[in-house]
Design a protein around this ligand. Structure first.
Ligand SMILES: Nc1ncnc2c1ncn2[C@@H]1O[C@H](COP(=O)(O)OP(=O)(O)OP(=O)(O)O)[C@@H](O)[C@H]1O
Ligand SMILES: [Mg+2]
Length: 522
């Protein structure tokens, strides 16, 4: 039915036989696509399949080696994203590109602010328009706030607002929901449906397959830079889609259910009354108490601003002096002042923002993987150690790169994330802090990561896991602590929580478990 309505309309965007190579690697091999008004095309493929490369070409951020683009029926030669803007195309990139020192509104209207006489920027119009765009996406921030103070999820939404503000007829969104929690992602998907009904066309990609079936009208699958499927979404099952992407079937992970009951194991890390100041008088973490046992995976659930990252930062030594309360690690008082203190105490922290804190982009994959384990490697004999070590981790997490010597900055987004995980998993820490560890990671590599995490748990590694992917959180966690506005509201054992209950306890105005002990939540 959808199809019949859209098929007769002229294409807004057409690409024919696009090719692209980087050095010896051919990334796109003869890709063609047609996009009509109101279509939502999900571009699918495993990490490194060529999705971002294709999207970058479609929006003028990269040039194909060969091939033709047509916009609105006319041949288009896009030399820059500005050319694409003029032609009615806007893109949200996989890696965040905001200017942190500017305000939200200035970012949304970067390069094309509303003006009044004499070319002066019309600030009040700009701020009012920005506020409107933010409200549509459910962001409760003032347009005058600086981007530097925003969480990764909020930055992502500002980028999306910025694309929407162009009033483009074609929107290209590269993993727009990767950093968002279920509620924020739901708001965005609803907005896509509304705009679609007004004739806006979308190309988007996501590694959360549910979203594809919730919003896509059509699906195109890339494997090794070739189109292996181009079909209406209704014609594909989830299993078909995975097989097309990976080239074989993948068993999606469920709960292992094998972990012994957490309370029988020794306590590794204990938090009592941990509180941290946020902006102004607000507390970003407010009286969190919890015990993490040996080999336990404790999930942290919450919506944007719940304080999950802020809490992990306290344990990771990033918050320095800015917190109160007490922590004990392995039976001793634990008060890390720097990330170095935390690492020395056996705590590893996989951050949410891989570009800012996770990776040295100009350095090789091998160097990045070994970065956190240098002390141990040098004991074992540095050079030979490094290569074998990196090689093993790359294989286990199926990092797709030209070789261990390739600079990390040249890897696809999902493969960069695998390198971040490899770096910390390789260290075999006592306590592992994971913040959105599988953001942008494809379904096959996720399964490998889950397995690796299960192995680590079996050897006694304790994990605090913050993930906005709630099915993932429920599958991996022995227990789940729910945070709301920095405060714990509930603690669930394995199998006790559902997505609905988590959302209920995470949402403003939601319930708090009656027997919940704030200082002794274990
Ligand atoms: N500047 C570059 N130099 C060398 N290789 C590159 C460069 N940019 C991309 N590549 C390679 O092109 C391939 C495709 O990358 P691309 O970013 O398009 O993948 P993707 O499908 O978007 O993956 P992901 O799901 O991880 O985002 C990868 O193997 C990547 O390493
Ligand atoms: Mg990509």
């Amino acid at each position: 039915m959808l199809k019949a309505a859209t098929q007769t309309v002229a294409a807004v965007l057409e690409a024919r036989d696009l090719w692209k190579s980087f050095g010896a690697t051919t990334v796109l091999q003869g890709v063609s696509l047609t996009l009509r008004p109101g279509q939502v095309l999900a571009l699918m493929g495993v990490n490194g399949a060529g999705k971002s490369t294709l999207m970058n070409i479609l929006c003028g951020a990269a040039r194909p080696d060969r091939g033709v683009l047509e916009i609105g029926g006319r041949p288009a030669s896009l030399r820059s994203p500005a050319d694409a803007h003029r032609a009615g195309l806007a893109m949200v990139h996989q890696e965040l590109q905001l200017a942190p020192e500017l305000s939200i509104a200035e970012n949304i209207f970067l390069g094309r602010p509303p003006t009044k006489g004499l070319g002066l920027v019309d600030r009040s119009t700009m701020n009012a328009a920005a506020a409107e765009h933010l409200a549509r996406l459910g962001v409760s921030r003032a347009p005058t706030e600086r981007v530097a103070g925003l969480s990764v999820a909020e930055r992502q939404l500002v980028e999306i607002a910025s694309a929407l503000a162009t009033e483009a007829r074609v929107l290209i969104l590269d993993e727009p929901t990767a950093a968002l929690s279920a509620t924020e992602a739901g708001t965005l998907l609803a907005l896509i449906r509304t705009l679609r009904s007004q004739g806006v066309a979308f190309i988007f990609t996501s590694h959360r397959l549910d979203e594809v079936f919730a919003v896509a009208t059509d699906v195109m699958v890339l494997r090794d830079g070739r189109v292996v499927r181009d079909a209406p979404a209704a014609d594909l099952s989830r299993a078909d889609l995975i097989r097309d992407m990976v080239g074989r079937g993948v068993v999606e992970p469920g709960g292992s259910g094998t972990a012994p009951r957490a309370d029988t194991r020794a306590v590794r890390l204990e938090l009592a009354g941990v509180t941290r100041r946020g902006a102004g008088l607000r507390r970003s973490v407010d009286g969190v108490g919890v015990r993490l046992h040996e080999g336990e995976v404790l999930g942290l659930a919450g919506l944007m601003g719940a304080g999950r990252t802020e809490l992990l930062e306290v344990v990771a030594g990033v918050a320095a002096e800015g917190w109160t309360g007490r922590m004990r690690l392995g039976g001793h008082d634990y008060r890390p002042r720097t990330p170095r203190d935390a690492i020395a105490a056996g705590v590893a922290y996989v951050t949410e923002d891989r570009k800012a804190t996770g990776l040295v982009l100009g350095q090789s994959v091998a160097a990045n993987i070994c970065l956190a384990s240098l002390d141990r490697l040098s004991r074992a004999g540095w050079l030979s150690g490094e290569a074998a070590f990196a090689d093993d981790m790359m294989r286990r997490l199926s990092v797709r790169a030209a070789g261990p010597g390739q600079p990390v900055g040249e890897l696809s987004g999902g493969n960069q994330q695998k390198v971040v995980m490899a770096k910390w998993l390789a260290r075999r820490p006592d306590v592992l802090l994971l913040d959105e560890p599988t953001r942008g990671v494809d379904v096959g590599a996720k399964a490998a990561f889950y397995e690796l995490l299960a192995q680590l748990s079996a050897t006694g590694v304790s994990t605090l896991l913050a993930s906005s992917d709630w099915p993932e959180l429920m599958a991996l966690s022995d227990r789940i602590l729910v945070l709301r506005d920095g405060r714990p509201t509930a603690l669930f054992g394995r199998g006790e929580a559902t997505a609905e209950t988590l959302l209920d306890y995470a949402s403003a105005g939601g319930p708090v478990q009656p027997d919940f002990q704030r200082s002794e939540a274990a």
